[in-house]
Write a protein that binds this ligand. Structure first.
Ligand SMILES: *Cc1c(COP(=O)(O)O)cnc(C)c1O
Length: 384
């Protein structure tokens, strides 16, 4: 168990300190010790996004975060534009349509990003209440360039909703004036099990002031558990009750946030940037190429095409037998590529070990793989 290399795009490896926090005795959800933990976790979450509005840390997976983000900002008679760069972009479309929201999408071919120009053109044609952008689409390894997209969305008078499930705490999602002046991300949503490095079980949604105004204007919404008005009193004072919080998950999440701030946000973001480049460069030595062009490639995970002839099931089974867990590719890349996570609390030595195992598995399958050259390439980039 200790030597397992869980390098899928979430869940990610969980540090022993976080597991220890999670494994402590379960307390009452109104015990002052738990209330203090929850309060601290909420305050640190606010700091993570530099959120001037309200943050919500609740039980559930990232998909529920998507639902909370959309239902509290877009009314059923209003329209949503989705920047669709893969599987999780499509999830926004399905989610919106499930609630009768009018959804349009800008679809990039899998592996490519929607260009700022395409977004701008669409926003000139039609007024939208909100635009949803997947920060890192976990199906393709494409990372959205928020620095160019967010100002375009805000200039068009729409709310900007960012799905950070596969990016938060690995790529900057500063909601305050970070993108070329005073352009803000209005909502960031996330899940605990990816770059935050916590076991699955919690979701997070941060609403800026403009998004809170939008919620207010909506009046009644078709939501109960995900209505922020049911949770706001609890986020303000976690000793109050609406629905039982996941006590032990919150302990783990608080510990993870403390570790994130101990590392430093900027250092952590740069580490992820190096990880992405390092892993892709090292795998390039084996003749493996990312689906995304390097300029669009994510810092947190990669979708990697096999060299001609390599069988996906055999490769990943052999890696698994060597305690390296990789994920299959989705959609049109299924069978032709695999996905590897390089995020959260994954260490440099774990990545090195993974590059070694993949090279040795390729050799075992009869392909040439220069393991030392790949490891050297990796070290040259990720070594701080
Ligand atoms: C994993 C993921 C989700 C869904 O999260 P769940 O916790 O599986 O519900 C949504 N968006 C992105 C970008 C993801 O990577």
């Amino acid at each position: 168990m200790k030597n397992e290399l869980l390098l899928i795009p979430g869940p990610t490896p969980v540090r022993p300190e976080i597991l220890e926090a999670m494994g402590q005795e379960t307390l009452s959800h109104v015990d002052p010790r738990f209330v203090a933990s929850y309060k601290n976790a909420i305050a640190l979450t606010r700091k993570l996004f530099k959120c001037d509005g309200e943050v919500f840390v609740l039980s559930g997976s990232g998909t529920l975060a998507m639902e909370m983000a959309i239902l509290n900002t877009v009314g059923v008679d209003e329209s949503l534009l989705v920047v669709d760069q893969g599987y999780f972009g499509q999830r926004f479309v399905q989610l919106g349509e499930s609630f009768g929201i009018a959804v349009d999408s800008l679809k990039a071919p899998w592996g490519e990003a929607v260009s700022p120009q395409t977004l701008q053109n669409q926003l000139q044609k039609k007024q939208y209440k909100a635009v949803a952008v997947t920060h890192v689409d976990t199906s393709t390894g494409v990372q959205s360039d928020l620095e160019s997209l967010v100002p375009i969305i805000k200039e068009a008078g729409a709310l900007c909703i960012v799905d950070g499930v596969c990016a938060t705490a690995g790529v900057d999602e500063d909601m305050a004036c970070n993108y070329g002046g005073c352009y803000n991300i209005d909502v960031v949503l996330s899940g605990s099990q990816k770059a935050l490095g916590v076991p699955p079980g919690l979701f997070i949604v941060a609403f800026g002031l403009e998004a809170l105004q939008a919620r207010k204007a909506l009046g009644r919404i078709p939501a109960y558990y995900t209505d922020i008005y049911n949770w706001k009193p609890i986020m303000d004072d976690p000793s109050k009750y609406f629905a039982t919080p996941a006590v032990n998950n919150v302990f783990a999440y608080e510990k993870a946030l403390e570790l994130i701030f101990a590392e430093g946000l900027e250092a952590r973001y740069q580490r992820h940037h190096r990880y992405g480049q390092g892993v892709r460069t090292a795998l390039g030595v084996y003749g493996m190429k990312a689906v995304a062009a390097e300029k669009d490639a994510a810092h947190t995970m990669s979708c990697i095409l096999y060299p001609q002839g390599v069988d996906d099931a055999v490769f990943r089974k052999k890696c698994y037998d060597n305690k390296l867990v990789l994920a299959g590719a989705l959609g049109e890349f299924a069978g032709r590529a695999f996905r590897i996570g390089h995020m959260g609390n994954t260490t440099e030595s774990q990545l090195e070990q993974a590059v070694r195992i993949m090279g040795e598995v390729l050799q075992d399958m009869g392909y040439e793989a220069d393991v030392n050259k790949a490891v050297t390439a990796l070290r040259g980039i990720i070594g701080a």
